[in-house]
Design a protein around this ligand. Sequence first.
Ligand SMILES: [Zn+2]
Length: 414
Amino acid sequence: MNSILNTYSPLSKESYNIYRGEVMREALFTQKVLVIGAGGLGCEILKCLALSGIKEIHVIDLDTIDLTNLNRQFLFRMKDVGKYKAEVAAEFIMKRIPSCKVIPYTKKIQEFAVNFYEEFPVIIAGLDNIEARRWINRVVIQMVQRDENDIVIDGSRHYLIDGGTEGLNGQARVISPFESACYECTLSQLPKQLQYQMCTIASTPRLPEHCIAYVYEVLWQKEQPDLKLDKDNFDHMNWIYQKALERAKQFNIEGVTYKLTLGVVKNIIPAVASTNALIASICTVECIKILTGNGSQLNNYIQWYGQNHQTGVGINVIQQERLDECTECSIQQLQIKVKRTDQLSILLTLLPPDIELYCKGETLITNNNLRKQGFAHLLNQTFQELIKNNILDENVVLKAIDRNKTLNIRVQYE
Ligand SMILES: [Zn+2]
């Protein structure tokens, strides 16, 4: 579209501009966008897309609205507490902008088939966790087809725009599979410390950390209003630990320990509405540029610092590079099939000697290590035991170097 407009046009400048505007409007009116997450970032993204003229938006979020969301998730009101975020957000947008159709889903993203995602040229993710981002990244990569020269086939192009905020800081990226770095390519650059979003903590705890954070952020104030929390006081921290254990039991979550309690309590940062607004705007602008073919895309990662030690605020645009050995988007990939009940030692018979085993984004062991005595106890374990014991995760990928080319081998379970 862009290339047609930029070549010779027989129209006068005024007619040309009107024509160009019409083409852009048409592009926004006829294409649909998927938004994942209707939380702090999602509410802002939905509003921006609808006001920009997108006529059909689909939104996925399985969370319900909590009282603590209302200060920044502005599509929700007191009467909506307890209802599904996706449904209330869709209703609000359609009431305010009747020309925009918003279709809500209250399921996990993993419950949709790939052909559901294929309907959307652009998917915008306003997610609060790494695992969901890795999953949607993989799906978007799967949808993109390449020809025999590894060039992306035009009609199969799909984009993932990923936004994220942490307190006063935020970031956004545009992922065009096989053309720019994917989420997995940059996984090793993530900060090691984990942060937890307040909305998840309060309404849908899924991890032991969420239970601890809830006690620290909400229960302490409620049940000990006159006592100032001292993070170095054993009795105070033990109180949080015991209450977190109770909450974890209630939600059938395992893994709350005293040590984890200490780690979580010292790491929480609040959500800031204006950071969400800023990152959502960047995501929306990138989406509009892709849909209309107008303007160059963000290449490919932008960081916003609302708090910077030297200059007060800061903004960086970084071109993140694709990783040759990326487990999701590197050029070559093979699959081998094993049974969950097979022992890890089966890999020794299936693979060449110069192999590395990657898992959870890190090198776990090389094939040579596999043969050494120290790893004998792993060799006798089955895949399902290794997954249960948290040594492997579901996504096991092996890397082989073959004539200076990286070859990824994905382990699939029969
Ligand atoms: Zn990649």
